[in-house]
Design a protein around this ligand. Structure first.
Ligand SMILES: NC(=O)C1=CN([C@@H]2O[C@H](COP(=O)(O)OP(=O)(O)OC[C@H]3O[C@@H](n4cnc5c(N)ncnc54)[C@H](OP(=O)(O)O)[C@@H]3O)[C@@H](O)[C@H]2O)C=CC1
Ligand SMILES: O=C1O[C@H](COP(=O)(O)O)[C@@H](O)[C@H](O)[C@H]1O
Length: 484
């Protein structure tokens, strides 16, 4: 690969995520030799100014990880270039093509998706969509199935599917990949991974941040399209998919598509029973008073900042096992986790547990704030009590927890993995067209059901776990959200 072109190379995503990731990769000697990195945006600035701006963004990030090194920076700086272009204009892109030199390119579109269609058309005309070139697309691609297809058709006109890398940065997270390792690298879990042993699954992506300045984008999308359509459904797929025959991109993605196809549609009749929409009003998060969403937005809005939803997967493995998902802004904690709740023992010889339930096991895959996989198992409480008492203990299954390797490796930015894979042409951790299509189809059904029932978001105080209805979603079925 000769050049990586960052369209929108001066924007927030590029400066906060992409360029620091490229620094770390170069620092670790992982970038291809001779690879040029070209920032491309409309602003007129010199290459020197651009490099100075990149340094300002990268250095504090690297220092925070104790990984700043002048030699690594010099190596990255030597690769950097900048060209002012209007990416929707073919003439402008011809100059960029010339600047990228001989050889194949990877173009990362870190610009508004509303420009994708025009940009790919211009790229094709400018010779940046030749058979060995690749394109990386940031989410959100579209706002519903129709707009997704419109944009994606334009992409398909310029690039073959094998050249297209649709990013879902959750797939670049270490623990998400570890989930694949856990499920398919160990024989012990597979016999348990079904409706005979698993009671239900919970997926929580809680954020303390509010929407803030992002409201022009967010108000149009809401939590359903911003988080559930992509990150949460991807996590669900990785938990629910059948074992792929190998780690080939298509083997993995074929299995994920089957899960998406098996999702039971949410109908208007079901909407109130299986979904909850919420919007934060003022409250306190991490000890600080914060405004309501509508105050940030500056006017009333029907956009949800919280979603809880029960998904049912209609196939043999998962029949009768609900997958509960919840995500929201201004929740009490930044917490991302997948909880696999196993069924209780069929009969307890120890009486009943402290929670009033018969003893059960739980596998918690924590992505944020810490990365960990832990299994709770019942254990005898030490002591000489007449009647044996049990207590749950957590067995951590993560690296660095076996006592031999005390310091875990640096926690990488998810984009490091994904940029590297795009440079190597490995699309396993990227979303295929039919996956995105199926995900949009299901999301559209939810959105239509809400529209049909005129489901307005319920208020929740900032700093709480969403509207009470989100707890009811589980408690109605005798379950509750995992608390720590
Ligand atoms: N920021 C984030 O954390 C995340 C962002 N994303 C997605 O990434 C994409 C970019 O987001 P973000 O970085 O926040 O956006 P910004 O608005 O910060 O950056 C957009 C960039 O695009 C450039 N640009 C705009 N129009 C053109 C054009 N016609 N030709 C060339 N360059 C152009 C702008 O520079 P100039 O004005 O100089 O042209 C700017 O560098 C969006 O799709 C967003 O949804 C996804 C996940 C997270
Ligand atoms: O894609 C997005 O993800 C972030 C959350 O990402 P995380 O890696 O910090 O969990 C979310 O804040 C944003 O709204 C959404 O667009």
């Amino acid at each position: 690969m000769a050049a990586l072109i960052l369209f929108g190379g001066g924007g927030d995503l590029a400066m906060r995520m992409l360029l620091p990731s490229l620094y770390f990769l170069d620092h670790d000697g992982l970038l291809p030799q001779g690879l040029k990195i070209i920032g491309a945006a409309r602003s007129q600035e010199t290459v020197e100014d651009y490099i100075a701006k990149v340094r300002q963004a990268v250095q504090p990030r690297a220092e925070a990880d104790d990984a700043w090194d002048e030699a690594s920076w010099a190596r990255l700086a030597a690769r950097l270039d900048y060209l002012a272009v209007d990416a929707t204009d073919a003439e402008s892109l011809r100059a960029l093509k010339a600047r990228s030199g001989e050889g194949d390119t990877v173009s990362f579109l870190a610009v508004s998706p509303s420009l994708y269609g025009r940009i790919v058309t211009a790229m094709k005309a400018a010779g940046l969509a030749e058979k060995n070139d690749r394109i990386v697309l940031e989410k959100p691609v579209g706002r519903d199935l129709e707009s997704f297809l419109e944009i994606d058709d334009a992409v398909a006109h310029a690039f073959d599917e094998r050249q297209v890398f649709r990013i879902d940065h959750y797939l670049g997270k270490e623990t998400v990949q570890n989930l694949i390792a856990l499920r398919f690298g160990n024989a012990i879990f597979e016999p348990l991974w079904n409706n005979l042993t698993i009671d239900h699954v919970q997926i929580t992506v809680g954020e303390t941040v509010g929407v803030g300045d992002r409201w022009p984008y967010y108000d149009e999308y809401g939590a359903l399209r911003d988080m559930v359509q992509n990150h949460m459904l991807q996590l669900l797929c990785l938990v629910a998919m059948e074992p792929p025959s190998d780690l080939d991109p298509d083997s993995v993605r074929n299995e994920k598509v089957k899960v998406l196809r098996s999702l039971r549609p949410v109908t208007a009749e079901d909407a109130e029973r299986v979904t909850v929409r919420g919007q934060y009003v003022e409250g306190a998060v991490e000890g600080r008073t914060v405004d309501s969403y509508e105050t940030e937005r500056g006017q009333p809005s029907d956009t949800e900042t919280f979603v809880a939803i029960r998904a049912d997967i209609d196939n043999w493995r998962w029949a009768g096992v609900p997958f509960f998902m919840r995500t929201g802004k201004r929740l009490p904690e930044k917490r991302t986790e997948i909880v696999i709740q196993f069924k209780p023992v069929p009969h307890s010889i120890f009486g009943h547990g402290e929670r009033g339930a018969i003893y059960d096991n739980r596998l918690v895959i924590e992505l944020q704030p810490d990365e960990d996989i832990s299994l709770s198992v019942m254990n005898k409480k030490p002591g000489l009590e007449q009647r044996m008492q049990l207590q749950p203990i957590q067995m951590s299954l993560s690296w660095g927890q076996d006592g031999k390797d005390a310091a875990p490796p640096r926690r990488r930015i998810a984009y490091e993995r994904l940029l590297l894979d795009a440079l190597h042409g490995d699309s396993t951790l990227f979303v295929r067209r039919d996956e995105a299509e199926q995900a949009w189809k299901w999301i559209d059904e939810v959105a239509d059901a809400w529209a049909c029932r005129e489901c307005r978001p319920l208020d929740y105080d900032a700093g709480t776990w969403g509207p009470e209805a989100a707890d009811l979603l589980l408690s109605r079925t005798g379950r509750k959200w995992n608390a720590r």
